[in-house]
Write a protein that binds this ligand. Structure first.
Ligand SMILES: NC(=O)c1ccc[n+]([C@@H]2O[C@H](COP(=O)([O-])OP(=O)(O)OC[C@H]3O[C@@H](n4cnc5c(N)ncnc54)[C@H](OP(=O)(O)O)[C@@H]3O)[C@@H](O)[C@H]2O)c1
Length: 300
């Protein structure tokens, strides 16, 4: 049994990770804003934490899963919003690393990052060894990871989880897509040729547990299924899983740019990702293929 602190415990991934930690006998400390927060299991200890706290309270903690960060895709990227997204991650990670310095019992930091680290890579397959890209999200991921890496100098093992698009019914990106698809307007975005680095939430949780448990894991780990699909394929599969047809015309890229502004890059970028580190360290995906993953979520 280990004591695991989780930031972002109330979020989409955190809420799913915590029961898995408890189920295997770990003790969980949730670092949350304004405790007590509803919706967390009673056996979870809640401690007050904000990204702006100089030092996270990690007393008695063996490992940290650091997921907190202001949502990236729920509002237009004004300069102020971008700064907020950035600060919530950079300051938050600094606070966690400062906690690791203060409380030397912490041996492992599993820190969230994004597949956007690699930028828009078209049809070129990418793995953890691929270089960083350019743009708001890649630059953010690079700086976010650099902050987390500082825990290594303090003797902790650091795993940087470069997550793709997490599929959870009614959550995140799917929450935005579901009403549109339900109404029969699900359409490919732009050319639809961009690769979608999807992952079922159970594998996202599985990979975080894998990162906690495998001492040989140190450094970046891509968290996407081994079988990315194009946006065109994803659109068809999601419509089918929801028992609907796709809309015959695509949403043109210029329209997306007009509606979403710079945030359109997030849906038009292509990431043909391979979770090489996860596979090489023996992780077995529960949902390696998209159709069964969507069938699981939509009950087909
Ligand atoms: N889900 C994905 O598809 C995906 C893909 C790539 C990367 N990631 C990364 O993985 C992490 C977790 O994702 P998620 O989907 O679970 O995110 P989420 O549902 O948006 O949850 C974010 C969590 O961060 C907390 N938070 C937000 N701003 C904060 C701040 N300023 N200070 C302290 N806590 C703050 C929220 O707490 P409150 O409840 O108090 O708001 C919430 O618990 C995020 O960093 C995200 O960027 C996710």
């Amino acid at each position: 049994m280990a004591t695991i602190a989780v930031t972002g415990a109330t979020g989409s991934i955190g809420r799913r990770l915590i029961p898995a930690l408890l189920e295997r006998g770990d003790r969980v400390v949730a670092l949350v804003r304004s405790p007590p927060r509803e919706g967390l299991p009673a056996e979870v200890e809640q401690r007050a934490w904000e990204a702006t706290y100089k030092t996270a309270d990690l007393a008695g903690v063996d490992a940290v899963v650091h997921l907190a960060g202001a949502p990236v895709a729920n509002r237009r990227w004004t300069e102020a919003r971008k700064r907020y997204i950035e600060l919530s991650r950079l300051l938050g990670t600094r606070s966690v690393v400062s906690g690791i310095r203060e409380f030397p019992g912490v041996r492992v930091l599993v820190s969230a990052s994004g597949i956007d680290y690699h930028g828009d890579t078209g049809d070129v397959p990418i793995s953890e060894q691929s270089p960083a890209g350019r743009g708001f999200l890649p630059d953010l991921a690079v700086r976010w990871e650099q902050e987390a890496e500082k825990a290594r100098e303090l003797g902790a093992r650091v795993v940087l989880v470069r997550t793709g698009m997490v599929l959870a019914r009614g959550e995140g990106v799917l929450a935005r897509m579901e009403p549109i698809f339900r109404a029969g307007f699900g359409a490919r975005l732009g050319t639809g040729a961009q690769w979608v680095p999807w992952i079922h939430w159970q594998d996202e949780v599985g990979l975080i547990l894998h990162a906690l448990d495998h001492p040989q894991l140190d450094g970046p780990m891509i968290a996407t299924s081994p079988n990315p699909v194009t946006n065109r394929e994803f659109t068809r599969a999601l419509a089918r899983a929801m028992g609907r047809r796709t809309f015959p015309a695509p949403v043109p890229a210029p329209v997306l740019r007009l509606v979403l502004g710079e945030m359109a890059t997030a849906v038009l970028s292509s990431h043909r990702a391979t979770p090489r580190v996860a596979l090489e360290t023996g992780y077995r995906f529960r949902f390696p293929e998209l159709e069964p993953a969507l069938a699981d979520l939509y009950g087909a």
